[in-house]
Design a protein around this ligand. Structure first.
Ligand code: KG4
Ligand code: ZN
Length: 405
């Protein structure tokens, strides 16, 4: 089965063409084409993702990204004569579907005239959770392609995509890893922090979540406080590593929020505030010039703050994951989402599991599959291929709104 997958839930525009041989979850996946356009540079000046800009950028880049993925897959060739016809009625439907993105509609019609129908079995598209305006662009684009190519659509849950991406194993013949149930998934991204119990494939029960900020959001906010660019996770992590290397002294004792609560919930907003108070306290106490703080910290102090913050987050993530394993008797821990790219958290979590729960197998995504991408959407689309919607019905709605798994 050939799957065209589209991801636009946040600030990455991504399209892939994947060939799945066999049934989920034992299929072999061949990545025929994969293209991604990251908007991070554009959002940097806002210190986070600016939804209206994200939507506009998705609309601008979807056709070029699609073209790049299909070129890599050798599905399209630059042809002189017009390849794909489109009736006046078809064109009118497409314009209506993409009426809020007239430039996208025009670009797609030009693309279709040039290349004609691309053969694939399903179009998988992220339908939530994510930024609503951004999601709509991707969903409407998928509907337009479904109409043009007469291909069914599969609406995909972004978080299911993150879980499956963490199991994708290029060293094992591009298959999903075999896992033992029950499994726990720790999903840590810019928008979500949750613990999900999986009793089987496709069977999800959320057993813990953040009550305020997501962990990636906390990384981004603390980075901003320290004057570091967006996205903050990799920057904090880099500074924290230098602080550890130099054994810099603790900048400030930071709380481990909800470490001892008897549930599996998280809270990161207080930790972020504690960082701000610690920084401001230091600057004020020493009467440094800028009472707003971070810019007046020395490089070593900033590195120490980054390390102290990363340590606090790591302690909480480890403790809650262990509690979830304890409570559910899980045999597998799957860590996914953008923050799972953090090598310090990965090593610390793996080390704890090895000593405390040696029977629990732990999975992290391969490089490039932690942050948002469209390979994960193809995997989830394959898992849900049975739920395909007819192209002409094409009535995909934002199934989850902002709801996560
Ligand atoms: O999954 P993702 O790409 O987008 C959402 O679905 O939210 O996650 C993005 C988040 C950002 O907050 C970013 O700062 C964080 O992942 N992130 C990291 C690292 N790399 C990305 N956080 C900590 N350490 C990293 N190395
Ligand atoms: Zn994500």
């Amino acid at each position: 089965m050939k799957i065209l997958s589209i991801e636009t839930s946040c600030d990455e525009t991504a399209v892939s063409l994947i060939k799945a041989t066999g049934d989920f979850p034992h299929a072999h996946y061949e990545i025929l084409g994969n293209a991604l356009w990251s908007q991070v540079e554009l959002h940097r000046e806002y210190g986070g993702v600016f939804p209206a800009l994200a939507k506009r950028e998705h609309a601008r880049t979807l056709v070029p990204v699609l073209e790049e993925a299909l070129e890599e897959a050798e599905e399209i060739k630059d042809i002189e004569e017009e390849a794909g016809g489109i009736s006046a009625a078809g064109s009118a439907r497409l314009q209506t579907l993409l009426e809020r993105e007239p430039n996208l509609a025009d670009a797609l019609i030009t693309f279709h005239k040039k290349y004609g129908t691309i053969e694939c079995d399903i179009i998988a598209v992220t339908s939530g959770p994510g930024l609503e305006p951004a999601l709509w662009v991707g969903v409407n684009f998928a509907k337009a392609l479904a109409l043009l190519w007469n291909t069914p659509i599969v609406a995909v849950n972004h978080m299911e995509g993150h879980i499956l991406a963490s199991l994708f194993d290029a060293d094992r013949d591009d298959q999903l890893s075999d896992i033992t149930f029950p499994a726990i998934s720790l999903l840590i991204s810019g928008g979500h922090t949750e613990l999900v119990l999986m009793k089987d494939w496709g069977n999800y029960e959320k057993i813990g979540q953040t009550r305020d900020d997501a962990v990636g959001e906390a990384f981004d906010k603390v980075a901003r406080l320290l004057g570091l660019p967006y996205p903050g996770g990799p920057e904090i992590s880099r500074l924290a590593a230098t602080a550890r290397k130099q054994s810099l002294p603790e900048f400030a004792p930071l709380p481990r929020p909800m470490l001892r609560s008897d549930d599996l919930d998280f809270s990161f907003s207080g930790l972020k505030t504690a960082v701000r108070y610690a920084v401001q306290g230091k600057v004020n106490a020493e009467d440094r010039e800028d009472t707003l703080g971070c810019k007046e910290l020395t490089d070593n102090e900033r590195a120490a703050v980054a390390r102290d913050f990363e340590d606090a987050v790591t302690d909480v993530l480890i403790k809650k994951s262990c509690s979830a394993i304890e409570e559910t008797g899980a045999k597998t821990l799957i860590v996914g989402g953008g923050v799972s790219a953090n090598q310090y958290i990965k090593r610390a979590l793996e080390k704890t599991l090895l000593t405390e729960y040696p029977d629990v197998e732990c999975f992290f995504p391969q490089p490039g599959l932690s942050t948002d991408n469209s390979i994960m959407i193809a995997l989830a689309g394959h898992a849900r291929a049975g739920n395909a919607l007819a192209p002409n019905g094409a009535d995909v709605i934002l199934a989850d709104g902002n709801r996560s798994l």
